[in-house]
Design a protein around this ligand. Sequence first.
Ligand code: PMV
Length: 331
Amino acid sequence: MAAATACANIALVKYWGKRSSALNLPAAGSLSLTLEALSTHTEVELHDGDEDELVIDGRRMEGRPLERVRAFVDLVRLPAADRRRVRITSANAFPTGAGLASSASAFAALAVAVSEAFGAGRSSRALSVLARRGSGSAARSIFGGFVEMVAGEGDDSSSSYARPVLDARIELAAAIAVTGSGPKAIGSTEGMEHTRRTSPYHEVWIAQAARDLELALRALRASDLDALAEVSEGSCLAMHADAMAARPGVVYFQGATLRAIETVRRLRRSGVPVFFTVDAGPHVVAFTPPEHLEKVAAALEAEEGVARVIRSRAGEGARLVESWVGREGPP
Ligand code: PMV
C-alpha cells in the first residue's frame, strides 16, 4: 500500500500543443503555481486478482478513464517486471462536479504512489517525467510554488521535466471563480490536438509561448508584478485565440468568464495588484498577493454567474503520506 497527495496547479504561461502525442511531449515550456486548495489524495494497493480497479471520489470507474490509468501504471509495472494488478482509490479535496477535477493533481499523486507501491524509487525529476506521460500539467504538480516546465528536445522523453523556480520574488495566492454550466467543452487533450492540426495561429502561438516563459521568469525574479500580469494575461488570451481560430473553433469562454475577466481588470485599474487566467474551461483564476486575496475573492463572488469562489494559497509538491485505510476517509 502506498498513499500520496498532490495539488493541482494553474499555469501563468500556458501549455497548449504537443510535439509528440505518443510521449506527451510539449511543444513549448510553461510556468505554473501549485495551489494548496486543489489537492488529490491517492492510494495504490497491489493485489493478485485479474483486474486493475479505479475508484475516484467513491465511484468505480470503467472505460476510458480506467484505460488511461492502466496505461500509465504499466509505465512503472512493466519495467518492474511485476504482474500484480492495482487497486487505486482517489479523492479530491475540492468540490467535484464543478469541472475543476484536474488531471494535474491526479497524475502527480498517482506517479508518486505507483512508484512507491512497485518499489521503484525515483528522483523528483524522474517523477515529473513520469507524471507528464499521464498529463502534461501533472509534471508541474510534482513541485510546490512556482514551477517551470522545460520543453526538452526531440524525442528524448527524459529531456522534458518540471523544476521549481527557487528564486521567485513574488508571492501569489489565487481566487478561483467557478463559473458556467452546461455540457463540458472539449477536453484539453483533444482541444490542443485539434488546435495544432487546424489553427492557422498555432505556430505563432508556440513561438510566443517560448518567449513568454522567459519574460515571466524574468518578472518573477525581478519582483515585477506588472510585467508578470501582462505576460500571463497575454499568454492566456493568446492560447484561447489559438483555440478559437481552430476549424471548427474551440470556445471555452462563457458569458460569466468575460464578466469575471472584466471584474479583475476593473480591480487592477483601481490599484489592486491582480491578474487573471483561464484554462480549458469557463472558470476564471485571479492571481493576487495573499494580502489582497479576500478583496479579490469578494469582488468575484458578487459577479453574476459566479457560482462560488475557491481561495487558495500556494501549495506544496506531491509527496508520500499516511494511508487513510482504517480511518474515516481521506485526511
Ligand atoms: O496537461 P493537460 O492535458 O491537463 O493540459 C493542460 C492545458 C491547460 O490547462 C489549458 C494549460 C496548462 O498549462 O495547464
